[in-house]
Design a protein around this ligand. Structure first.
Ligand code: NAD
Length: 468
């Protein structure tokens, strides 16, 4: 489904019309194009609060990138990071800055109390207007739950409010702002998340907080084919978001088992053929499904690395009008089937070391939605499942969820036009996302270097106004 308004508003006539009528003027988002594309280009400015520790990892990652790196010269810790081999050029912030930055990255992990928040202002106030269109703001703080002092916890929690507000300001230019909350000592786990949030892969992710824990040792990954040698199961892979997940994981090197209901086999084969994936016909709510999936894995591969629970349905009705089978089916497909499949794969020890489980929630599961008590219940249950499982998984396995907002698929194309237009525009980027935006976030979770990313629910929603 194409967004005609987005196209129109980016013509000279459309721009003038939108301006004079005060209508939203969404900027086309730059997305990932080629496997060997640098994750970031252009000028990048980094800075840090005194005593911050993540900055040297950030400096190293960016020094090895195609970006030209600058560091805010007023900040002491940057001298340390310069010594550790990053090639950043010092840039004073108290003079007129005559360049545009493709990204602004600030490490606030050193903040000890709320007075240190001033360092955030000092870094961003003179630079935020210098952020280029489709730019990136990334702030790194300490996970407040790991701060013993209330004043320190308050300072690091405050970063969430800051980033969510910045996201709303920079979204007009197609730019995003995100926060990484690190556990102490998790610096080595940062790289895959820095790469994701600075790259076009995160084009539709804004205002999000990701917790990064120490995790198992992060495995350096091949940037062109990070999933080489991995086997992925993608449910609901015949169309929409699932098809894009299958294609994206295959692009990143994985071998894909695409699963869908028997009537969708023709479409599934069309998705699987070009990526040399294996198609499996299965209704995941069938009581035999978990065992059938395990048997399929054993028949074709020795085990499985990536399990992506994408299959989902909606059966909308207000609660008083909702037939029992609408409730039962929606809970069964969107929630219970995922638990049973994981249970079987783990029971049979088919999920390999450093495996990844990814579930799809929804912003409806966070905010609730009219006529979707069944769907919102299931999608909120997904969040509970992921958060509880994240504490139990072993052997380097992680489990995370994506909560998509308005994504351009057959599901959203079927909406009445007024609801569809509202869904598209009610976010900081004033447009709908594409299936690939969800798929790219899943590929980041699946990256072998994302070991410290566990138990997160990241929204791919352009920072939708719905939900928190
Ligand atoms: P879609 O309807 O286009 O695709 C869903 C796929 O799941 C279909 O191929 C369908 O055949 C398959 N499926 C349904 N029931 C199944 C079953 N019992 N067994 C096996 N396969 C089954 O949906 P989509 O828009 O691509 O959504 C994908 C996921 O993202 C779903 O979980 C959905 O709830 C979620 N989501 C989508 C949006 C959006 O804006 N499109 C927003 C939030 C969440």
């Amino acid at each position: 489904m194409s967004d005609r308004y987005l196209k129109f508003v980016n013509t000279p006539l459309g721009k003038t019309a939108a301006q004079s009528l005060g209508l939203p003027a969404p900027v086309p988002l730059k997305r990932w194009k080629r496997a060997d594309q640098p994750f970031i280009e252009g000028d990048v400015l980094i800075g840090a609060a005194n005593g911050s520790k993540a900055i040297s990892t950030v400096g190293k990652v960016l020094s090895a990138s195609a970006a030209k790196l600058f560091h805010a010269s007023t900040v002491d810790t940057l001298n340390d990071s310069s010594k550790s081999g990053n090639k950043a050029e010092a840039l004073p912030l108290n003079v007129d800055i005559d360049r545009k930055f493709s990204a602004l990255v600030f490490d606030a992990t050193g903040m000890k109390d709320t007075t240190d928040l001033k360092a955030v202002y000092d870094f961003f106030h003179p630079t935020i207007r210098k952020l280029a269109g489709n730019g990136r703001v990334v702030v790194i703080g300490q996970d407040p739950t790991t701060c013993r002092q209330p004043a320190k916890a308050a300072a690091h929690q405050a970063l969430e409010g800051f980033v969510r507000s910045v996201g709303k300001e920079v979204g007009k230019k197609g730019s995003t702002a995100n926060l990484l909350w690190m556990a102490p000592g998790a610096e080595q786990q940062l790289e895959s998340s820095i790469r994701f949030f600075l790259s076009p892969r995160s084009a539709y992710v804004s205002g999000q907080v990701t917790r990064i824990s120490k995790g198992a040792t992060a495995h350096a990954s091949n940037p062109v084919a990070p999933l080489a040698g991995k086997v992925a199961l993608v449910t609901g892979a015949s169309r929409g978001i699932g098809a894009s997940i299958a294609e994206t994981l295959s692009r990143d090197g994985a071998t894909v088992i695409g699963l869908d209901i028997p009537p969708a086999m023709e479409d599934l084969q069309k998705v699987m053929a070009p990526i040399k994936g294996k198609a499996m016909a299965c209704d995941i709510t069938d009581e035999k499904a978990p065992k059938q999936i395990a048997d399929f894995v054993k028949e074709h591969f020795e085990g499985i690395d990536l399990v992506i629970h994408n299959a989902g349905i909606t059966r909308d009705k207000t609660l008083g009008n909702m037939p029992e089978h609408f409730w039962d089916m929606t809970i069964a497909v969107n929630l219970t089937a995922e638990e049973l499949i994981d249970e079987e794969l783990m029971h049979q020890e088919l999920l390999r070391e450093n495996g990844r489980i990814v579930c799809i929630s929804s912003i409806s599961g966070i905010a609730g939605n009219f006529g979707q008590t069944n769907y919102s219940t299931a999608k909120c249950g997904v969040i509970g499942y992921v958060e509880a499982m994240a504490k139990q998984v072993k052997n380097g396995v992680t489990i995370n969820a994506i909560a998509p907002g308005f994504i351009e698929t057959q599901m959203t194309a079927a909406m009445p036009i007024t609801i569809r237009e509202a869904g598209r525009r009610m976010n900081s980027l004033s447009q709908g996302g594409l299936p690939v935006d969800v798929a790219e976030a899943i590929a980041w979770y699946c990256n072998p270097a994302s070991n410290g990313v566990n138990g997160n629910v990241v929204r791919v929603c352009g920072q939708s106004l719905i939900g928190k």
